[in-house]
Write a protein that binds this ligand. Structure first.
Ligand SMILES: [Zn+2]
Length: 146
């Protein structure tokens, strides 16, 4: 059993279970709505995602964690046709401006609309060498939630 990092909230069950997260520790999927886990500077409150070791705003190294808003607006996106082995292509990669003021790079599912509202979800982004699904955080048009 993996032990979680000291200051990152990790859902061990999901990190160890099928499907595998591409990058465990970035998402708290313990509740009904998954949430991204950011860094939050204890000195100035600046957010970073993924969590920065040094605050990009004040250079403090005293960085805690926080949950980010699950809703945002799609700032821009591109369609990617080449990717590392095992990733599903083509896929949409976009920047989402979250409600708490941070811009996050993520897979965008569905039919992206710049300026449209999107919501965080978990999605399959690839297939592992053993055939298992590779899971990551994705954003979907908010109206598509089922
Ligand atoms: Zn700071």
């Amino acid at each position: 059993m993996k032990q979680p990092s000291t200051n990152i909230v990790t859902n061990e069950a999901l990190a160890d279970a099928e499907p595998h997260f591409v990058a465990p520790g970035l998402v708290d999927a313990s509740g009904p709505q998954p949430l991204l886990i950011s860094g939050k500077c204890k000195a100035c409150g600046a957010l970073s995602f993924p969590k920065a070791e040094v605050c990009p705003s004040c250079l403090s190294q005293d960085i805690g964690t926080a949950h980010l808003a699950s809703d945002g607006v799609l700032y821009s996106f591109a369609t990617v046709h080449q990717a590392p082995k095992h990733w599903i292509v083509p896929y949409h990669l976009g920047y989402v401006d979250l409600a708490d003021g941070i811009r996050v790079l993520a897979h965008i599912e569905g039919e992206p609309v710049i300026g449209g509202t999107v919501r965080l979800a978990l999605g399959r982004v690839g297939t592992g060498p053993d055939g298992s699904a590779l899971t990551s955080y994705v954003f979907s048009p908010a109206g598509d939630a089922t």
